[in-house]
Every structure is written in structure tokens, then in C-alpha cells.
Design a binder for this molecule. Structure first.
Ligand code: FMN
Length: 168
């Protein structure tokens, strides 16, 4: 799978089989996150790898749409330092999810709305903020991660040229 296909076929998938994510695959995801660029190369991002059931259960309590999180084999929490740009966290997160898709690993971002609770669960220093949790796993039923179709705006509604709303 080339890079374009890994990007274009990525769909957020919440159902995984029970297999743990292989260590060599985990290492690739972590390296993909590490290599994401950041503003002024300040590298404000860190990640926390979670595989224990106790931590998954506890983290699931910190978000409002987390029902699939406890049964996910791997959760990676993207953390950013206070004052950093959310864009940097997004780059690291998407790097991991695209790299995962190329390895046949499905994933889904999970919002963590209850920051204070997450801070306690993760033992975060005061200047660190949870940007996003991401669940990963080999897709249920085998094969490639199955998404829910295209589900995006038509390209013509998405793109303007030269000015907002202008066509070519
Ligand atoms: C910022 C952000 C937060 C999200 N939070 C959640 C979440 O808390 N729980 C969840 O199940 N999916 C979550 N998602 C996944 C979205 O529902 C998903 O990206 C969207 O439905 C598109 O899915 P598709 O790629 O399968 O078409 C989140 C996605 C983003 C980008």
C-alpha cells in the first residue's frame, strides 16, 4: 500500500479482534508519531501507551463517547504541553493512524472531555494536556480495516480557489 492509499482508505473503526498489537507494529506507530513535525521543532507532543485493562477502564470514564475503548487492545494517548498548538498533536495522531492502516491495523480517535479526571488517571504534570486518545487493533473479522464508506463532502463543496467559496 502506498502512502496515498494508506491515507485515502483510512476510516475510523471501533471493532477489533482480541489480538494484542504486535510489538514491532507498536514501535512503528510510535516512530511515526515521533517524526511528526512541530512548530519551530519545539516537539511539544508526548504519547502514553496503554494496554492494561485497569487503565483502559479508567480512561473510558474520562470521555463521553468511549464505549469501545475498554475492549480495544491498544490505546495511545496524545499529550501536548500547555501553550502548544493543537495542530502539532493532530499531525502526530494522524501519522500513527495512517501508519497503522498501512499495517492492517484499524484505529479511531476518542475525545477525552473530562480533563481533570484524565489528569488523575494518567498522572499528568500540570502543564500537560490530553489532546486525544486513539484506539488501535486488528479489525474484527480479519482483512483490511472496514470503514463506513466515503461519508465526506463532495470535493466541489470542500475546496475554493483564490477566495472563500469561489470556483475555478
Ligand atoms: C477530534 C475527533 C474526536 C473524535 N471523538 C470520538 C469519540 O470520542 N468517540 C468515537 O467513537 N469516535 C470519535 N471520533 C471519530 C469520528 O466519529 C470519525 O472521525 C468520523 O465519524 C469519521 O469517520 P470515518 O472515517 O469512519 O468516516 C472523533 C474524531 C475526531 C476527529
Amino acid at each position: 500500500m502506498d502512502a496515498y492509499e494508506a491515507i485515502i482508505t483510512k476510516r475510523d473503526t471501533r471493532e477489533y479482534d482480541g489480538r494484542p498489537v504486535a510489538e514491532e507494529h507498536l514501535q512503528r506507530l510510535l516512530r511515526a508519531a515521533r517524526m511528526a513535525g512541530s512548530s519551530k521543532n519545539e516537539q511539544p507532543i508526548r504519547v502514553i501507551v496503554i494496554t492494561s485493562q485497569a487503565q483502559k477502564d479508567a480512561l473510558a470514564e474520562c470521555g463521553d463517547f468511549t464505549t469501545h475503548l475498554p475492549a480495544s487492545p491498544l490505546v495511545i494517548v496524545v499529550v501536548r504541553v500547555e501553550g502548544s498548538r493543537p495542530f502539532d498533536a493532530g499531525r502526530a495522531a494522524q501519522n500513527m493512524m495512517v501508519a497503522a492502516n498501512a499495517l492492517g491495523i484499524a484505529s479511531c480517535p476518542v475525545g477525552i472531555q473530562h480533563d481533570d479526571a484524565a489528569r488523575k488517571v494518567l498522572d499528568l504534570p500540570p502543564n500537560q494536556i490530553v489532546a486525544m486518545a486513539i484506539t488501535f487493533g486488528y479489525p474484527k473479522g480479519g482483512g483490511r480495516p472496514q470503514g463506513r464508506g466515503d461519508r465526506r463532502l463532495p470535493l466541489a463543496d470542500f475546496v475554493s480557489f483564490e477566495r472563500w467559496g469561489a470556483g475555478r
